[in-house]
Design a protein around this ligand. Structure first.
Ligand code: ADP
Length: 890
């Protein structure tokens, strides 16, 4: 079957981009053919047409205008497609035969640079995951043995992170990075047990691409170093290096012109407090569980919503990274707390910093775009504007550290003063105003530079003599043309005669119909319009030639100057990114100080001890949803000899709130934030778990008992004595007996074996009986007052267990019919009196826990009456026979 040369070219290119939708540039449109056209028309609602393919069957075709392409690309990528952008890479005017075309970029969810696809307040990661061959030495438990290498890149900010983790740590790190796209080696794909990231597009790559040795070479080349050691990458990072190699190779395919990446950040597991997906969700750190309750804003009702008072996108991303990767060492936490405290003590400097940072654009992403040669004049102008604020930022920073804050001693362990230079001083010492770049940009570009070089001026006057001269010529030509109108009116006597311009015909003289008889003979007719005729004259053509050539050369010259400027700025990308990162840290620290001041938070005392003590703690999010001072603060103390708290109380009393408040305060302390309390002492944790029972977990509508058990099991396997475990109901997804039994056993395990700090909020007031058995367990309840036949929620935590669950009262509040409530009360009395479920534990003679003890078994009663010495062997045998028969029929 023959095809036109164009279609041959299309097929050749498409064959190399099978897994992408190919946007094939044809003039002012991107065209899609065959399946791509069908997919696009379905997804984007485009009209499907067809094109005749040189005689053979028609080819399905759909197109989008180049000007609007950004939006279509965004929609396709959001639907999980890849889009390959194929451009004409030679000028159609000079091309011989079919214009040469090349794919200049493939856009995927994980590899996006355009603003359409990015959210300023968060990173956009693509991750590659490389797994060691599963060890057979412990076949029983291969999963926990596997080591996993992760490389994560955000090509819009130039960030590259490497980490080597165990498979248990994989989920927390993925939960934190929330990659839009994950690369896996093909061989790994079938089982793929660890990756439960349904939101990420999974891209399979050949296994050899993850090869460590190959990757090492590629990385050394990418970063221009002879050895990776200098980047802090050691032999133990081989798996992450392998992943990075696969990632770089993939990115090079997507961006043939290359990507700009800063030196990799090697994450060490011990530096970060891992948060699994469950905990991140249940504590509502960056995403609300009840989205519908807060409208569509994803972060409403979350911790980040309360804490994010950053002024720049860089700062917002930094704060988000901090929240999702809390610190795990006292030194690091204290260093950050020092930074926050310095800003907290300098309200005036903080305010002036906020003013300085107002409207500062995304330096990190703008610099990356410049390095990739993709910024528009306007974006380069924005970049210049943003970095021009740096000297002012430096000045405020001086003020902050220059004050008496250096002499501030603060709560390191045991009240020791913190030693070493503060974060802020370190930032000041490495400060770079990038003044040369600001000067260069601001001198070269006009103010408010346009989106593209061409119609409006981009380059300022006085920058380039040639450009200025060309502009003089063009303007002279325009003036001459303007003069022609006056001259011709006078010569012809046609007062309505006009000189006009359009793109197709250039300059013309327009004469209305009634005046046509007055037109001189040297006018040449060009075009007829409904109201008259358009003409040119020799003089007009001469000036037109001058103007148009000058305009063309102006555009060309402007483009040259702009490209050179962009290249100069782009080559400084490493400096700009370092600066952007310093600014991000400052912005985030100042934001935490700002919240601390506004919300009356205090600096937590961080210790290496076990204890966690919170005096008058509040829930940072819930307190903001009510009028000031309406939130009831509570104390919570957990120490080695009182490490497990059973929290009871009726529905709506505030159990979940207290539980989460403890989790949030502990977490805020680990990110280096002040906390909502009058006083807090926080022993550094190694893990934080928060799980919420299936019945309470609104977000996972279809959550099953199985999921609940799997989550509980994960906690029991991972938690250590340094962990904080917060459980909100366990065992609600099964029958009461099952449920209580599991909850009971889990509590015993946490108390005796794990020995971690635990708070367990439960409806099962039966669990309060555990206090008799477990020495380090304490009962607390969230009190309610009964006023007449009403319950008053006072939200106050009190020692002791709740003796009843008030479920029926809550049912009454909710409007259940009175006769039904009466019946429920009756049944409850019946159940309790029949001792099916006793309100209090009973320990019987054998010391067995009699939680569900009914009346003693008849066989037992009978045995208790037997006097063995008085029995003959035959009698004994007969008795045994009788007892055995009785036992069988019971
Ligand atoms: P439970 O888990 O016991 O069913 P919640 O923790 O969900 O109860 O609390 C129910 C509601 O009570 C919350 O939505 C909040 O409005 C309010 N509440 C909880 N704790 C407090 C408190 N300490 N001060 C003021 N209001 C509170």
């Amino acid at each position: 079957m023959s095809a036109t040369p164009l279609m041959q070219q299309y097929r050749e290119i498409k064959s190399r981009h099978q897994d992408a939708i190919l946007f094939f540039r044809m003039g002012e449109f991107y065209e899609m053919f065959y399946d791509d056209a069908e997919t696009a028309s379905r997804t984007l609602g485009l009209t499907l047409t067809s094109r005749n393919n040189g005689g053979a069957a028609d080819v399905p075709l759909a197109g989008v205008p180049v000007k609007a392409a950004g939006d279509y690309v965004r929609r396709l990528v959001q639907h999980g497609f890849r889009v390959a952008i194929c451009e004409q890479v030679e000028d159609p005017k000079v091309a011989k035969g079919v214009v040469r075309r090349e794919v200049i970029e493939t856009v995927t969810p994980g590899a996006a640079i355009s603003d359409d696809l990015l959210d300023g307040s968060r990173n956009n990661y693509v991750c590659a995951i490389s797994r060691s061959p599963v060890t057979t030495s412990r076949p029983s438990d291969p999963d926990t043995m596997a080591t996993i290498g992760i490389a994560a890149a955000d090509i819009s900010t130039g960030e590259l992170r490497l980490a080597v983790v165990t498979s248990a740590e994989l989920e927390p790190i993925l939960a934190r990075l929330a990659p839009r796209e994950i690369l896996l080696a093909r061989a790994l794909a079938p089982g793929r047990p660890d990756i439960r990231f349904t939101n990420s597009l999974v891209t399979e790559r050949e296994a050899w691409e993850f090869d460590g040795a190959l990757a090492r070479d590629d990385l050394q080349k990418q970063f221009g170093v002879l050895s990776l050691d200098g980047l802090g990458i050691g032999a133990e990072d081989a798996l992450a290096v392998g992943a990075a190699g696969a990632l770089l190779r993939y990115l090079k395919e997507l961006q043939p012109a290359g990507v700009s990446l800063a030196h990799p950040i090697v994450e060490r597991a011990e530096g970060v407090l891992p948060l699994d997906e469950m905990t991140r969700r249940n504590l509502e750190l960056v995403e609300s569980l009840r989205r519908e309750a807060h409208g569509d804003r994803e972060t409403a009702g979350t911790l980040i919503d309360v804490l994010d008072r950053t002024m720049t996108p860089m700062g917002a991303r930094r704060l988000r990274q901090w929240i999702l990767a809390p610190l795990a060492s006292r030194r690091a936490i204290d260093a950050r707390l020092d930074g926050v405290e310095e800003f907290a003590r300098a309200p005036l400097a903080r305010e002036s910093l906020r003013m300085t940072l107002t409207g500062v654009r995304d330096i990190e992403r703008l610099a990356t775009k410049a390095a990739l040669g993709r910024s528009t004049p306007r974006e380069l102008g924005w970049l210049g504007g943003a970095i021009s604020r740096l000297p002012a930022v430096r000045a405020t920073l001086r003020e902050v550290v220059g004050g008496d804050s250096r002499s501030v001693t603060n709560g390191g362990s045991n009240g020791n003063a913190h030693v070493g230079a503060s974060l802020l001083i370190e930032l000041l010492e490495a400060w770079d105003d990038c003044g040369d770049l600001v000067a260069d940009i601001q001198r070269t570009l006009v103010e408010d530079a346009p989106m593209g070089v061409g119609e409006e001026p981009t380059i300022a006057t006085g920058v380039d003599a040639e450009l200025d001269e060309l502009r003089g010529l063009r303007d002279g030509g325009r003036d001459a043309i303007a003069r022609i109108q006056a001259e011709e009116r006078q010569r012809t006597g046609i007062q309505s005669l006009k000189v006009g311009f359009n793109k197709v015909f250039g300059y013309y003289i327009e004469v209305t119909k009634s005046n046509l008889p007055l037109v001189p003979s040297d006018y040449q007719r060009r075009q007829t319009i409904t109201t008259g005729e358009r003409f040119v004259t020799q003089a007009l053509k001469t000036y037109e030639e001058k103007v148009l050539t000058a305009s063309e050369r102006i555009e060309q010259r402007e483009r040259e100057i702009f490209d050179a400027l962009r290249a100069r700025v782009g080559s400084a990308v490493a400096r700009l990114q370092r600066t952007a990162r310093a600014l991000a840290t400052i912005d985030a620290l100042a934001a935490l100080a700002e919240v601390a001041a506004r919300e009356a938070y205090v600096r937590p005392r961080i210790t290496d001890d076990f204890a966690l003590r919170i005096r008058a703690g509040r829930h940072p999010v819930v307190e903001r949803m009510m009028p000031r001072d309406k939130f009831v603060p509570n104390d919570v103390h957990l120490s080695d000899d009182a490490r497990v708290v059973i929290l009871t109380g009726p529905n709506m009393a505030g159990k979940s709130t207290i539980l989460r408040q403890v989790g949030l305060i502990a977490l805020m302390a680990h990110i280096g934030s002040f906390v909502p309390a009058d006083e807090a002492e926080i022993g550094v944790l190694d893990r934080l778990f928060t799980r919420v029972g299936a019945s309470d977990n609104l977000a996972r509508g279809q959550s099953t008992f199985m999921v609940e058990m799997a989550e509980t099991s994960a906690i029991l396997h991972t938690a250590t004595s340094r962990s904080l475990v917060l459980l909100d109901e366990i065992g609600r997804g099964t029958s009461t007996y099952d449920g209580v039994s599991i909850a009971w056993a889990v509590t015993e395990h946490l108390h005796d074996t794990t020995r971690c700090k635990t708070i367990f909020a439960t409806h099962y007031h039966e669990l309060t009986q555990l206090a008799d058995e477990l020495p380090a367990l304490r009962n607390y309840n969230v009190a309610v007052r009964e006023v007449g036949d009403r319950i008053l929620f006072v939200h106050r935590l009190e020692p002791g267990g709740a003796d009843r669950s008030y479920g029926i009262e809550v049912g009454r509040l909710a409007g259940l019919p009175a006769p039904l409530l009466e019946r429920a009360r009756h049944l409850l009395r019946l159940l309790e009196s029949e001792q099916l479920v006793k309100p209090k534990a009973q320990t019987d003679a054998t010391g067995q826990l009699g939680l569900f003890a009914a009346a003693p078994h008849p066989v037992v009663e009978r045995l208790a009456d037997v006097d063995v010495n008085a029995l003959t062997p035959i009698q004994a045998l007969a008795l045994l026979d009788e007892l055995s028969r009785q036992a069988k029929t019971f």
